[in-house]
Design a protein around this ligand. Structure first.
Ligand code: IMO
Ligand code: MG
Length: 425
């Protein structure tokens, strides 16, 4: 029995789903606790690609039950579409999916507001996924939002919806309101069989000795408070968010695995100290297929930033690291590791600069030799070239946390766990 969290620790897209999928075979439950359809979680197995947005990645294993906690936003139409697409791919969801009745809703109005807000911000835009995430979480917090179980009452839904449009100074005719209520009620009838009490289910699962795996979305540096505000998402993306997002206290967690890509990527706006601006970025983007799984946007590429990474390791009290996409670095003559930041001539080792001053912050690099070998077939540390092992050791040293899992390719099989009895060096 164990309660494990797999958490993205940079700006999202760390290939978390791959690690969740790797561990999910032994899990009885896989649980999402924050975010919504802004997430794009990709799994590749036997040449087939699956992308998840709101449904936990554990749904790939027929014996695994998938829970969506109250901290996750539900866009009813998008979730139904995802369910349909998965069923089409032969994945059975019957009796395997449970969504907390307390989950907040993303409504068409929220997507409209998201796009409008981004437009109004102009050059100061966040670069959101335009999935309505910010406005929906804002409404939840402001108590003007709707929750999943509200949809069982048509009259109540109509009343709340009308108040919401008023709150946002948006006009809606009686007919349009009625149309939206009918469509939400219809969606709820389809989703009803999946709606229940995730808090209670997790409590019982734990009591019965189940293995529970929590799946983070986004990344800790997109956390609403501890990320690069305002270039963040609107949910809490930290170890502690497991408790608030599911009702199952983070104190129950036995293990927190921090997922980091072997280099950095970021989509959307915001500070990125180690961003690579020359053609090398395009080379890495192409090799790593670094395009958003949700929006298709090209991801910004950068060297691994140990200042940012050790901050997120500290925030989340990680037990170990999972390093992904190591294979993408193969063939590069040299690798750079950012070991400190420099601002106004001063060396900084803490990640606390103001986003407004981000342009003044430059990276201090340590250079490592690269490796020529194709490592995508390696299934143990010993099989990795010495240069790759040295790079991993450096990450461990700077983050003061051991690497436990390494991923060397997109396929489920291209992952291995480090046998700690052997030395890293
Ligand atoms: P996964 O789970 C990468 C980014 C957006 C934007 C900011 C706010 O696939 O790692 P939002 O739509 O949440 O209001 O956008 O957060 N962002 C992500 N970046 N991966 C994600 O999810 C992301 N979800 C949101 O690009 O910068
Ligand atoms: Mg993603």
């Amino acid at each position: 029995m164990s309660n494990t969290l797999v958490l993205g620790c940079m700006w999202g897209d760390e290939a978390k789903a791959k690690i969740v999928d790797y561990l999910a075979e032994k899990a009885d439950f896989v649980v999402r606790f924050q975010g919504g359809s802004n997430a794009g979680h990709t799994i590749v197995t036997e040449g087939k690609k699956y992308v998840f947005h709101t449904i936990p990645s554990g749904i790939m294993f027929p014996q695994t039950l998938c829970l969506i906690g109250a901290g996750v936003l539900i866009d009813p139409a998008a979730v139904l579409e995802e369910i349909k697409a998965l069923e089409k791919q032969g994945i059975n969801l019957k009796d395997r999916l449970l969504i907390d009745f307390r989950a907040g809703l993303v409504l068409p109005l929220h997507k409209e507001l998201d796009a409008e807000q981004e437009g109004r911000l102009g050059d100061a835009r966040i670069g959101t996924t335009k999935r309505g995430i910010g406005p929906a979480y804002s409404d939840y917090t402001a108590r003007t939002g709707l929750r999943l179980h509200d949809l069982q009452f048509e009259g109540y839904t109509a009343e709340r919806l009308q108040a919401l449009y008023r709150h946002h100074h948006k006009k809606i005719t009686k007919e349009q309101l009625q149309e939206e209520v009918v469509s939400l009620s219809k969606a709820f009838r389809s989703l009803k069989k999946y709606v229940g009490d995730v808090e209670l289910s997790l409590y019982e699962a734990h009591r019965d000795g189940s293995n529970i795996l929590f799946e983070g979305a986004q990344g800790a540096l997109l956390d609403n408070i501890y990320g690069n505000y305002p270039f963040v998402t609107s949910s809490r993306v930290m170890t502690d968010a497991v408790g608030t997002g599911t009702g199952f206290s983070a104190r129950y967690l036995d293990k927190v695995i921090g997922v980091y890509k072997a280099y950095c990527t970021r989509v959307g706006e915001g500070p990125f100290v180690t961003e690579i601006k020359d053609e090398l970025a395009e080379t890495i983007r192409k090799t790593g297929n670094e395009y958003g799984a949700t929006t298709g946007r090209p991801r910004r590429i950068g060297w691994f930033d140990t200042v940012a990474a050790s901050y997120s390791a500290r925030l989340n009290k990680l037990d170990c690291l999972a390093i992904t996409c190591l294979d993408v670095l193969s063939g590069l003559p040299e690798l750079k590791l950012c070991v400190a930041h420099k601002q106004k001539g001063r060396r900084q080792e803490n990640y606390d600069f103001h986003s407004f001053e981000a342009n003044e912050v430059s990276p201090v690099y340590e250079t490592f030799s690269g490796w020529e070998e194709d490592i995508s077939g390696c299934r143990s540390l010993a099989k990795l070239p010495l240069a790759a092992r040295r790079y991993l050791v450096a990450l461990e040293d700077y983050l003061e946390t051991k690497v436990e899992i390494v991923s060397v390719g997109k396929d489920r099989k291209q992952t291995f766990t480090i046998n700690r009895k052997r030395s890293m060096k």
